[in-house]
Design a protein around this ligand. Structure first.
Ligand code: ADP
Length: 479
């Protein structure tokens, strides 16, 4: 069984106090590896290494040279695609096809941000006679990245790729459930020529290493993706040091299906956006809103798909794997217990395959129908393969339902009426709107982030580069 160490200034180091965290394979429950249990002193070493990198080799590179390195790392990721796929499947339980897609996305982020690094430029601003005023984008400095366990490679790629492209030096705190591919990535980055200290990784518990990073006084920006509760703690800690924060929190994203929609096209998206990654996706579509005249038809079609869903070990590469941990399974089962107690109707469920290991974290995907809009299951993020479906009678009602949760991450709209598409898209309280498609987390090129309790700031796409930069205005008097 492998023991992993922290990655600081291109060296592998045990935690200062030498302690470890056990990692389990959620498909089997077996112990898989050991991680360094990093704490405040380890985070401090990592922040210092990053600070030094800014005045060292990394800080002296041109934007073009940084871009070339990122592009090389992206190619290095693809050379390791089989290894990374296998590690991710064992570590977080992703079916192999889904794990492989995450590796491809990680490589694509590095390719995208590698190519973007030298394309960010400022403006000249008309001002008083005798002046020239210009703006330039500078890196924040040391950026902290707190990564969740649901898409470790993708979220590392989008956040680290943009931060490094802009010339920041990064300290990454992966989720304790999902560190292995991120540590393997560090090896690849080093092999492909990333200068020491540009990337540092400290593994550990959120309340220890994560809290130490968000409270650190020598961090200049924090990117956090995770739960609303933890995001609030990170933002509060950062506020004490006036450190800017990008928060990508949860969601309760709806897909709204009007009667004129192309149901043959819509139904696979309706289901996949709920069960992809076993529903553990910030932008999962956990609510399906359907115009009453096609409500029963959509339920029947979705139910047929649900009944065909097979849940099993990641290596079997079925449509649904285990959830990430027994703790996550218990959270989802609590929600399903509430649904039972309150008499909600199960429209259909998937099946856990009979030979799935007894100690694996398996949950049967569940579609619940006629769920009242104010019920907990229609309001709270479950982060598991559970969708609720409910009817509506008018566009106004559909909009009120779609916007009727504390969250605002993504919204899907299915209709062939062009006016309605744009009315709904403009009025939806969401950071991303999909019309006649739905990409949970979709598209490296597409800016992504939330409104309301889903957070603020944008990652992904070219836009993210501005978030990892600070604008300086230079006003020159020349007469
Ligand atoms: P979950 O409860 O599903 O694990 P979190 O939002 O707590 O989701 O986890 C997202 C990331 O935040 C993980 O890397 C986790 O270790 C980290 N984290 C958890 N608690 C804290 C905290 N108090 N301060 C900073 N980071 C934290």
């Amino acid at each position: 069984m492998k023991t992993y160490r922290n990655f600081i200034a291109n060296e592998w180091r045990d935690a200062v106090d030498g302690e470890h965290i056990a990692v389990r394979n959620p498909s089997t429950g077996e112990e898989l590896a050991r991680l360094a249990r990093g704490r405040r002193e380890d985070v401090d070493l990592a922040v210092r290494a990053a600070r030094q990198a800014l005045s060292g080799e990394w800080g002296r590179l041109t934007a073009t040279e940084r871009g070339r390195i990122l592009t090389r790392i992206g190619a290095g990721v693809l050379k390791n695609i089989d290894l990374l796929t296998e590690i991710e499947a064992r570590d977080v339980g992703k079916p192999l096809t889904q794990a492989r897609a995450d590796v491809v996305a990680l490589a694509r982020y590095l390719e995208f941000y590698g190519a973007s690094a030298d394309k960010v430029h400022g403006d000249t601003i008309p001002y008083q006679n005798g002046f020239t005023v210009l703006t330039i984008y500078e890196p924040h400095g040391v950026t902290g990245h707190i990564i969740p366990w649901n898409y470790p490679m993708q979220i590392l790629g989008r956040s680290l790729g943009a931060a490094l492209a802009m010339g920041n030096a990064a300290v990454v705190k992966p989720a304790e459930e999902a560190c292995l591919t991120i540590l393997e990535f560090a090896r690849i980055a080093q092999e492909e020529g990333l200068p020491a200290g540009a990337l540092n990784i400290v593994t550990g518990f959120g309340a220890e290493a994560g809290a130490a990073l968000s409270e650190h006084t020598d961090i200049n920006h924090i990117s956090f993706t995770g739960s609303a509760r933890t995001g609030e703690m990170v933002q509060t800690a950062a506020a004490k040091n006036a450190v800017p924060v990008t928060l990508e929190l949860g969601g309760k994203s709806a897909q709204v299906v009007f009667a004129d929609a192309d149901l043959d096209r819509a139904v696979p998206f309706l289901v996949n956006a709920g069960i992809q990654n076993a529903g553990q996706t910030c932008s999962a579509s956990s609510r399906i809103l359907v115009e009453r005249s096609v409500y029963e038809d959509v339920i029947a079609r979705m139910s047929e798909k649900y009944r065909a869903l097979k849940v099993g070990p990641a290596e079997s590469d079925l449509s649904v794997g285990p959830v990430v941990s027994q703790r996550q399974k218990a959270i989802i089962e609590d929600f399903l217990g509430v649904a039972r107690k309150d008499g909600l109707t199960v429209a259909a469920q998937g099946t856990i395959v009979p030979d799935a290991p007894a100690d694996g974290a398996y949950v049967a995907p569940t579609l619940l129908r006629d769920v009242p809009p104010d019920h907990r299951l229609a309001q709270e993020e479950i982060f598991g393969p559970v969708q609720v479906i409910m009817p509506f009678d008018s566009e106004e009602e559909a909009l009120a339902l779609a916007n009727g949760t504390p969250y605002g991450l993504v919204c899907g709209i299915w209709t062939n009426d062009g006016g309605r598409q744009l009315r709904m898209a403009r009025a939806a309280q969401a950071g991303q709107v999909f019309i006649n498609n739905y990409g949970a987390g979709g598209g490296v090129e597409l800016p992504f982030g939330g409104v309301k309790k889903s957070g603020h700031g944008r990652e992904k796409g070219f836009e993210a580069l501005y978030g990892f930069a600070s604008m300086k205005t230079i006003s020159i008097f020349h007469g």
